[in-house]
Design a protein around this ligand. Sequence first.
Ligand SMILES: Nc1nc2c(ncn2[C@@H]2O[C@H](COP(=O)(O)OP(=O)(O)OP(=O)(O)O)[C@@H](O)[C@H]2O)c(=O)[nH]1
Ligand SMILES: [Mg+2]
Length: 195
Amino acid sequence: MIIKSVELMMTAGNASQYPETDFPEIAFAGRSNVGKSSLLNTLINRKNYARTSGQPGKTQTINFYAVNEANMLVDLPGYGYAKASKRERERWGKLIESFLLNRKQLKGIMLLIDIRHVPGQNDVDMFQWITHFGYECYILATKADKISRGKRQKHIADIKKALGLTDISRIIPFSSVEKLNRELVWEKIIELSNK
Ligand SMILES: Nc1nc2c(ncn2[C@@H]2O[C@H](COP(=O)(O)OP(=O)(O)OP(=O)(O)O)[C@@H](O)[C@H]2O)c(=O)[nH]1
Ligand SMILES: [Mg+2]
């Protein structure tokens, strides 16, 4: 994918702030610190355009990035942040739910799961939420550079099992450090966007 332009259209803290564009949107969901903002930067060939951090809970708003004035990549705030208060968790739930419920432009979701970890209850809940709302979903097994090539298939099989997936091709190993499968992820984004 050749990136000609990227524009941060909006950082939305509530539904009234979602941009009124009609570009097809693909959203990145997942636990805090799993690498959503890093994935976005890798896809758009920038180092820190979407701000990343070693501290979980960096992205707190829904951030809309228009690419080539044609596709919208949506960086969602992460869940499962240990230090989050009950109020913050409730705010997160309302924000995500209103987005999934009402967003006509949303064509699909990439659910990110750290390749090293078996999906937790939060991940399973998120996956079921996504499918319940009827969205197409790919699982990106992130930080693949952290384990050896030989071990990746075993970890992917564990993720498949925990989520109850039938189709293993729905899980894509990914690494922002190695830019592993950057083109494949773009292919899936375009495929879902054109549906
Ligand atoms: N080794 C490795 N580290 C990564 C990779 N992707 C992200 N990281 C690191 O993981 C940390 C979190 O990355 P972010 O992209 O900020 O994670 P996030 O999912 O956006 O987190 P929140 O905004 O808190 O929800 C940072 O220190 C990144 O450098 C990867 O592919 N490989
Ligand atoms: Mg982030």
